[in-house]
Ligand binder design. Structure first.
Ligand SMILES: O=C(CO)[C@@H](O)[C@H](O)COP(=O)(O)O
Ligand SMILES: [Fe+2]
Length: 214
């Protein structure tokens, strides 16, 4: 299992030390939530933040785009140093093209799905994906409560992947804590985004150990 701390819950005035703090716990991925105030009712950060963080860390930068018209910004985020980019299927009328745009940048391509979006929507292009991001809360804010009915969607995603013999990671995002992580893992997820259950805690190394079940 891989844990991706979401910097949305970090102290923005001290991002460098916040990142060093979680890196001390052998974290190999950082999750960056990009929100535009249109697709979701919140505004966060752009590719300039990804570019500023890139030289500060060896972690893979996992950029979660919660923005309308993502095609227009993929190049900026990739050039700024993203290693993985996920786009929301709800924002992509030409999803196949959008995925190819990400892959042309030689980085991992993922599709994110809102809780109300059925997993079957990605079936026609599943073989082109490196990962699937299943939202376990409605996107827009950290600190929300995990939606338990998403476990069924994770199981369905796992079956779609396994039936085809594909190597695609299932990432879950929203309300992941020491109770919900195990449920998602059992259902088939392997990449766990965690904001408040890591950066919201005073001792991040204890928080990460708890998530790992140590
Ligand atoms: O994409 C999002 C929210 O839209 C997430 O990545 C949050 O940042 C997760 O925060 P927690 O639910 O773990 O506090
Ligand atoms: Fe996210």
């Amino acid at each position: 299992m891989r844990i991706a701390p979401s910097i949305l819950a970090a102290d923005f005035a001290n991002l460098e030390s916040e990142i060093k703090d979680v890196e001390a716990s052998d974290i190999d991925l950082l999750h960056i939530d990009v929100m535009d105030g249109h697709f979701v009712p919140n505004i966060t950060m752009g590719s300039n933040v990804v570019g500023a963080l890139r030289p500060l860390t060896d972690c893979e930068l996992d950029v979660h785009l919660m923005i309308e018209n993502p095609d227009q910004y993929i190049s900026d985020f990739a050039d700024a140093g993203a290693d993985m980019i996920s786009v929301h299927v709800e924002t992509c009328p030409h999803l196949h093209r959008t995925i190819q745009l990400i892959k042309e940048k030689n980085i991992k391509a993922g599709v994110a799905l809102n809780p109300a979006t059925p997993i079957e929507i990605i079936e026609p292009i599943i073989q082109d994906l490196d990962f699937i991001l299943i939202m376990t809360v409605n996107p827009g804010f950290g600190g929300q409560v995990f939606i338990e009915s998403m476990l069924g969607k994770i199981r369905k995603a796992k079956s779609l992947i396994d039936e085809r013999g594909l190597e695609i990671a299932i990432e879950v995002d929203g309300g992941i804590n020491e109770d919900t992580l195990g449920l998602c893992r059992k259902a088939g997820a392997e990449l766990f985004v965690a904001g408040s259950s890591i950066f919201g805690q005073s001792n991040r190394s204890i928080a990460i150990d708890k998530l790992r079940g140590v």
